[in-house]
Design a protein around this ligand. Structure first.
Ligand code: QAP
Ligand code: CO
Length: 244
């Protein structure tokens, strides 16, 4: 929570929602290097790539002037972490994911970590199984700008219609892409990050991506749709790459 920066000064990362609380700090979100205080000033300002994460502000401060802020920080959640992704044929990719009983702050943190991990790995979808958490949680973002994360907890496909063939990849099968045939459109019911139920009609890439991720929750990987010969070639190459 508190560490020394290069100059040996104390430095803090502050969630912007908290910065609004102390009097006179509300102009911080303009991003300028202009925090108006004699013993505390804005050092650095940036937005992480995931919009559902809070913007981070780093301030250099006088220990005593920041004291009320330190108390607020103790109740806040930590920054999103990049989680290690299991690579095929890791046996844990074959587990069956358990339903989430309640969307607790820990589950919300897992969601944030997964979105962050997906963006860092340049993915468009990630299931909790892939980060070795066998829970029914998936995140996707098929937008061009990578600013529209979608969260599906305990997802269930109601109806599905038509078919489409898409070249798929998988963060757990790095470097391999193959055509897979799936339903064209689906209706999915799930919980969001706030634990609220929703139903959505998906088509195109969103539909493919959610179907691919729901497969992960059942221990299924897209290579299972390929011929045995293609699958064993991929398996061999990834095992070899792991050993190297
Ligand atoms: C599932 O997969 C998906 O090999 C998500 O080197 C993919 O995000 C559904 C990725 C395509 C539908 C169509 C794969 C990134 C990302 C790699 C991914 C790689 C870097 C895969
Ligand atoms: Co995948």
């Amino acid at each position: 929570m508190d560490w020394l920066n290069d100059d040996g000064q104390h430095s803090l990362r502050v969630l912007d929602s908290l910065v609004l609380s102390p009097a006179g700090w509300s102009d911080v979100d303009t991003g300028g290097p202009s925090l108006p205080s004699s013993d505390c000033f804005l050092k650095h300002f940036y937005y992480p790539r995931s919009p559902i994460h809070n913007p981070i502000i780093e301030v250099t401060y006088n220990l005593w002037s920041i004291f009320p802020l330190v108390l607020l920080l103790e109740t806040s959640s930590r920054m999103a972490s990049r989680l290690p992704i299991l690579v095929y044929p890791h046996p844990n990719l074959r587990k069956t994911a358990k339903p989430v009983e309640e969307v607790t702050p820990e589950i919300a943190q897992l969601v944030d970590d997964m979105v962050h991990t997906m963006y860092e790995a340049n993915g468009i979808g990630l299931a909790a199984i892939q980060v070795d958490r066998p829970l029914q949680v998936i995140v996707i973002d098929t937008s061009e700008e990578k600013n529209s994360p979608q969260v599906y907890i305990n997802p269930e496909i109601g109806t599905s219609m038509g078919s489409q063939t898409t070249e798929e990849g998988c963060l757990s099968v790095p470097g391999f892409y193959e055509d897979v045939e799936r339903a064209e459109s689906i209706q999915v019911t799930a919980l969001n990050r706030n634990g609220e139920q929703f139903t959505r009609d998906l088509e195109g890439l969103d539909s493919v991506c959610v179907q691919h991720e729901i497969d992960h929750l059942r221990g299924k990987v897209f290579v299972d749709y390929l011929s045995r010969i293609k699958r064993s070639r991929i398996r061999k190459k990834l095992l070899k790459a792991k050993a190297a």
